[in-house]
Design a binder for this molecule. Structure first.
Ligand code: SF4
Length: 376
């Protein structure tokens, strides 16, 4: 079983915090779509298992494409890969693109899951983040999507923004759960180099929210998810029991996936591969029949470390016996020793499965990961 990720590298403008590869040159879209179809064909024998369970259009802003372009890309995938009839097919979308007509047409392209970039239900915050929608458009787009027949809707929200109080964040979450969504992703605002937010930070125009506040908001996300019948199944993701993101779950399970489009990453045959993150260069290379890929082979020790770190992002955690079977008893023994050094408030271990508590998960990217890495 495998997945396909399609990167649509176009946005109307850049959000303040974003370091994903995207450009605001819509005139390149027709050539990009033609080239993407060529790449879909040329890489059709890449995956060892051609049975595709998930397809994910990410970006950028995939909803910048018109529905005929999306349908054309999906048709090309169907013509060249064995896509399971029950496949989860997600499109990331921005509220400003989601009018009734677009959603109604999209419903007939084969897209059966929407991931809508809401980020906030607060107009001032949306303005600060340089999003292109306001709160009422955000709400309308979710309701409209449900009315058009989408029954698997995910939304993204951002917390840990300077000035966002825990009370306001609680209201944001209440608003989200009052809408027809089945999945919620919440991200703590990060400040990445090269972004406008980073520049504000350097110019003392922005001060990051303190860690305690972020932790409180993360724990609020955890509590509210449970209260509303959502499983908080991964550090940033919560969903109804039958609505976990199958595509993203496959990243954490280390299932093979093929990434298509400029800047897209793939994982197969124990290697990580990525396309050149430059639309013009991508179009030129593919059309000249040249490769624009860089690859990195993973050593057994890379694979072991990845299995631990990705597994610990999920509330399911990691099965130590399974680790022993895959990597040998010496490795599983070291891992057991590493557990002894962890703060008891940060993990659960029943002798077989190691998972992090909500609090542990929040610090997992720093303290716990470092502690385990050092020990193994
Ligand atoms: S719409 Fe998404 S991909 Fe585009 S700039 Fe904003 S956050 Fe980045």
């Amino acid at each position: 079983m495998s997945g396909i990720y399609v990167h649509i590298p176009f946005c109307k403008s850049k959000c303040i915090y974003c370091d994903f590869y995207s450009i605001a040159v819509p005139s390149l879209i027709p050539d990009f779509c033609k080239t993407l179809k060529k790449e879909i064909v040329s890489r059709r024998n890449t995956l060892s298992d051609n049975q595709i369970q998930t397809i994910y259009f990410g970006g950028g802003t995939p909803s910048i494409l018109d529905t005929d372009e999306i349908k054309g890309i999906l048709d090309e995938i169907h013509a060249n890969y064995n896509v399971n009839s029950n496949a989860e097919i997600t499109l990331e979308a921005n509220p400003e693109n989601l009018c009734h007509q677009y959603l109604a047409e999209l419903r007939h392209t084969g897209i059966n899951r929407l991931s809508i970039g809401i980020q906030s239900f607060h107009d001032e915050t949306l303005k600060f983040l340089k999003r292109r929608h306001n709160a009422s458009k955000a709400i309308e787009s979710i309701k409209e999507a449900a009315e058009c027949g989408f029954d698997n809707i995910s939304i993204d929200l951002i917390y840990g923004i300077e000035g966002l109080t825990c009370e306001q964040w609680e209201k944001e979450l209440d608003k989200a759960f009052s809408l027809p969504i089945s999945h919620l992703s919440c991200y703590c605002l990060g400040i990445e180099e090269g972004t406008l937010l980073h520049r504000y930070l350097c110019e003392n125009k922005y001060s990051p929210t303190d860690e305690d506040n972020c932790l409180r908001q993360f724990l609020c996300f955890d509590e509210k998810s449970k209260e509303n019948g959502f499983d908080h199944y991964e550090i940033s993701n919560a969903g109804k029991p039958d609505r976990h993101s199958r595509h993203n779950s496959s990243y954490w399970d280390r299932t093979e996936y093929l990434g298509l489009g400029p800047g897209a990453h793939s994982y197969y045959a124990n290697s990580r591969t990525w396309n050149v993150a430059d639309v013009k260069e991508y179009i030129r290379c593919i059309n000249e029949g040249k490769e624009c890929l860089t690859s990195e082979n993973l050593t057994p020790s890379d694979i072991f470390e990845e299995s631990i770190m990705l597994g610990l992002r999920t509330f399911k955690g990691i099965d130590i016996d399974e680790i022993g079977r895959s990597f040998g008893n010496e490795k599983s023994g070291k891992l057991k020793d590493a557990i002894k050094g962890l703060n008891p408030a940060h993990y659960r271990f029943d002798g077989k499965c190691l998972s992090l508590t909500a609090q542990g998960m929040f610090v997992s990217d720093s303290i716990i990961v470092k502690q385990i890495q050092e020990a193994i």
